[in-house]
Design a protein around this ligand. Structure first.
Ligand SMILES: [Ca+2]
Ligand SMILES: [Ca+2]
Length: 168
């Protein structure tokens, strides 16, 4: 009886080894985004997960900062171990060129933060590996931005009386 069970156990063990031996390769999100013209929108107060997945991969993001009274804060966290990722923030000037606003370049194993007050306008952010060896196609990073959103479009108050009047 035990001899009939043994082959089944071995089969299960072989399947387990097969599955564990093939780690899932993550598909890099938001690609292509290696150029500002392909930048991914960074929503206000939403965490995005992505990857620096190859030695030449860089990731561009952009957002519209509408309220200059509100501080801009960009956080790059949950970085792969011993991999150095940095980021730069740019402001698109009146000529359509990107002016460097801030650089966050801590060494490996430290989160990156850019925070400050800036004019309203269109901002671009790039996340990149410090050296060509700084990438990881499996372990992701998290990016979170807070900035001044455009105020909601004011609702024009009306009433049935006014609408009726407009037809008279
Ligand atoms: Ca990427
Ligand atoms: Ca990219």
């Amino acid at each position: 009886m035990t001899s009939q069970h043994r082959p089944q156990f071995l089969l299960v063990a072989a399947l387990a080894t097969f599955c564990l031996g093939k780690p899932a390769i993550a598909t890099d999100s938001y690609e292509p985004n290696d150029d500002p013209t392909q930048a991914t929108e960074l929503p206000n107060d939403v965490t995005l997960e992505s990857w620096i997945s190859t030695p030449t991969d860089i990731d561009w993001y952009h957002f519209e900062h509408a309220d200059p009274e509100q501080r801009i804060t960009i956080e790059l966290t949950s970085l792969p171990v011993d991999v150095d990722y940095d980021m730069q923030l740019y402001f698109r000037n009146a000529q359509g060129q990107l002016d460097l606003v801030a650089t966050a370049e801590n060494p490996a194993n430290q989160d990156e933060v850019i925070t400050g007050i800036g004019p309203a306008g269109h901002y671009f952010l790039v996340v990149y590996g410090f050296e060509s060896t700084d990438f990881d196609p499996v372990d992701s990073y998290l990016l979170h931005g807070i900035y001044g959103e455009a105020p909601p479009v004011p609702v024009v108050s009306t009433s049935w009386g006014k609408i009726k009047a407009s037809y008279e």
